[in-house]
Design a protein. Structure first.
Length: 291
């Protein structure tokens, strides 16, 4: 029996490749976690880029919100009761009208089967104006399209990749989110997001969930059990962080990132650029925003 989604919503997800919005937490909770991120950026200004991959290994507060019942209940409706979190990525867009994510499919650089469901969880409002997510319904059923790398652009994707094929985006659907809401989508769907034209930072965490029976051929990666039992052991175990940026957490993060980088940057001329650059993030606020 479904726990969070209706039977029609589950069927629509598998047909169209997405479901949105899903209320994961209250606006007050979202503000709390935004505060956690702001304090992290103040304490570790040179390490915020580490949250670009493996954020749940470094911060107990990230590990906390990826286990919220509303999120896991919906995931269970889509992929079953035994769930691994494969990765958590911070995607910040400053209100500079520059940074964007080009049209892409995540399956271009990963081959986990049978399914990866992404939750794009907003800790700020993520409207069309502020660079929210857009998708092409049904495109998760297509073959993986060719992608090319456009280096030197404001594309926030790890390889600055975009789909290198004729793509009719006229049927694209915007998925605006309020703080505390998530958009769920199949990682094979064609998706993108525009620049942030608002006066507030857009804050989204990309949470990648897989069933415990999921697998990939090589290399062997790691994931964190967030619900149920893992009887398959196709992934090594990611440890939960006991404290923020602890030595043990950093060691686990480095191990995970080295393996993921070997997959993500396979054949890339610029190496692990996104993991080595010293990004400095600040979180700006809309002047009228209530705190």
């Amino acid at each position: 029996m479904p726990q969070a989604l209706t039977a029609d919503e589950i069927a629509a997800f598998h047909e169209n490749g997405y479901h949105a919005p899903l209320r994961v937490m209250s606006a007050a909770q979202a503000l709390h976690y935004r505060g956690c991120l702001e304090r992290f950026t103040a304490r570790y200004p040179d390490d915020v880029n580490k949250l670009d991959q493996g954020a749940s290994l470094l911060c107990p507060w990230v590990d906390e919100f990826i286990r919220l019942p509303n999120l896991l209940d919906a995931m269970a409706d889509l992929i079953g009761p035994d769930i691994l979190c494969w990765g958590v990525t911070l995607r910040l867009k400053q209100p500079d009208a520059k940074t964007f994510a080009g049209w892409h499919q995540d399956t271009a650089y990963s081959d986990i089967k049978p399914i990866v469901v992404i939750a794009a969880l907003a800790l700020s409002d993520a409207s069309t104006e502020s660079g929210g997510v857009r998708v092409i319904p049904g495109s998760h059923k297509w073959d993986t399209l060719p992608h090319k790398e456009n280096f030197g652009t404001a594309n926030m994707l790890s390889r600055e990749q975009i789909i290198d094929a004729d793509l009719d985006a006229m049927d694209a659907v915007e998925l605006p989110l309020r703080a505390g809401e998530a958009a769920l989508f199949n990682n094979a769907i064609c998706h993108a997001s525009g620049p942030n034209l608002s006066d507030d930072t857009r804050i989204i965490f990309i949470i990648e969930m897989i069933p415990t029976h999921a697998y990939q051929h090589e290399p062997r990666e790691s994931a964190m059990l967030v619900r149920g039992q893992d009887a398959h052991h196709n992934f090594d175990v990611d440890p939960r962080p006991e404290s923020e940026m602890s030595p043990a957490a950093l060691d686990a993060w480095r191990r995970k990132i080295e393996i993921q980088a070997s997959v993500l940057y396979r054949g890339a001329g610029h190496g692990t650029r996104a993991f080595r650059q010293g990004h400095h993030y600040t979180i700006q606020h809309c002047p009228s925003r209530s705190r």
